[in-house]
Design a protein around this ligand. Structure first.
Ligand code: C5P
Length: 408
């Protein structure tokens, strides 16, 4: 039986590098992939719809409001049908639109309407690429799961030289192949429960205690575990992230609600505690806003919150086969994480340094150390979605080993 050929949606933006996208189409088709091209208005200044259509063997889509296109294939369908989206060349303008959720032409609308992370091959003048606005847009898009290939350094059409040349078609093709191959269904049939984000512990109806967790790492894990075929439940504290498609999301505020929500999802096969749960809450949650009084600031008495990770790891009959914890430390990362592994009774601790200046909390990158009772391994600093991909592959391997040891 032949596996279904991958279907690629290629967005061609406006840049001199657009001519290289013709070669990219040839490579994709050569590998048996189906290619549909969306050409932006600016892109059409550099390559013609006719060359793109001839090479892709499909009609080229240019217009958001084309009734003919809509009757043939609605624009939402166009992105839903694709296994992957590639943007080449990805101009500064396209990246800015995607980072800000603009949807004023077909390409930007498709990117906003899609639940697939795109692969972008940026091409622009090096000053545009290094401008803080583009840096911020790239960071935001990485956080949404977009992957980047290039740009490369070298001479550019404008006569200047620097980072901004679009990656070569072969490089884009290889990056795409790696992304598609990266998704073996290693967790098919498994139920994975993940906690993510901070918790908010109320002081009174308007004030709360929180922390700087963005939830990015937990959300990225949920998406990768879903792509690996797992049934995923994401128990999330308050975050500013879109709910991942195809994942059951339970939104909570406090540690106690999170603990209760996690309990309600058992049994599961893998539990991943990626949330930054508040260790303490105030003993009394005032029913009314605490007033500024004459007797000075109020003294808040703190009490301990339930430790979700420790209670799931010691759950007796319902203990998931694999229980994973995270440790955000600001000093002696490995030593503290190792102590936590024993204290919590989990199988693996993913430790990271969130100390000042590391930019990990709320940022898009993470450098982790994996700690098990048998040893440890340190990984290089990587984008959080890449960390998520590697972690899920690692968890799947551990799960399979545990299963073999313990019997199915
Ligand atoms: O003790 P600490 O908060 O550093 O431990 C971190 C690990 O424990 C994380 O995996 C976190 O999600 C989990 N945790 C928990 N419930 C708590 C506190 C931490 O699940 N109340």
């Amino acid at each position: 039986m032949h596996a279904k050929a991958s279907s690629i949606l290629l967005i061609v933006g406006g840049g001199i590098a657009a001519y290289k996208s013709l070669e990219l189409i040839r490579l994709l088709r050569g590998a048996g992939m189906e290619v549909r091209v969306v050409l932006t208005k600016a892109g059409a200044q550099f390559v013609t719809p006719l060359s793109l259509a001839s090479l892709s063997g499909n009609k080229v889509y240019e217009d958001l409001f084309s009734l003919t296109d809509e009757t043939e294939m609605g624009h939402i369908e166009l992105s839903r049908q694709a296994d992957a989206i590639v943007i080449a060349p990805a101009t500064a303008d396209l990246l800015a639109k995607a980072a800000n959720g603009l949807a004023n032409d077909l390409a930007s609308t498709l990117l906003l309407a899609s639940d697939k992370a795109a692969l972008a091959a940026p091409a622009m003048n090096w000053r545009m690429w290094t401008h803080p606005a583009t840096r911020r847009n790239v960071d935001v898009l990485r956080g949404y799961g977009m992957a980047f290939v290039g740009p490369n350094e070298g001479p550019m059409a404008c006569g200047e030289s620097g980072p901004g040349r679009m990656a070569e078609p072969e490089e884009i093709f290889a990056a795409l192949r790696a992304r598609l191959a990266d998704r073996p269904k290693t967790l098919a049939g498994r139920k994975v429960v993940i906690t993510a984000g901070p918790t908010h512990e109320p002081i009174d109806p308007v004030r709360y205690i929180a922390n700087r967790s963005s939830g990015k790492q937990g959300y990225a894990l949920a998406e990768v575990a879903r792509d690996a075929g797992a049934e995923v439940v994401l128990v999330s504290g308050p975050v500013n992230l879109p709910p991942p498609a195809g994942v059951r999301l339970i939104s909570v505020e406090t540690a106690r609600q999170m603990a209760e929500a996690v309990e309600s999802t058992l049994p599961c096969d893998i539990f991943i505690a990626a949330a930054a749960v508040a260790d303490w809450r105030t003993e009394a949650d005032a029913a009314q806003k605490i007033k500024k009084g004459f007797d000075g600031p109020p003294a808040l008495k703190m009490v301990e919150n339930p430790d979700i990770l420790a209670s799931i790891a010691r759950h007796g009959a319902n203990r998931p086969r694999l229980v994973i914890g995270f440790a955000a430390e600001t000093e002696n990362v490995v030593a503290h994480a190792r102590a936590k592994l024993a204290k919590k009774g989990c199988d693996l601790i993913v430790a990271n340094d969130v100390g000042e200046g590391t930019g990990v909390m709320g940022g898009s990158e993470n450098a982790v150390v994996l700690i098990t009772p048998d040893g440890e391994q340190a990984w290089p600093r990587l984008a959080k979605d890449e960390v998520a991909r590697r972690l899920v592959a690692h968890f799947a391997q551990m799960y399979a080993a545990e299963e073999e040891r313990g019997g199915a």
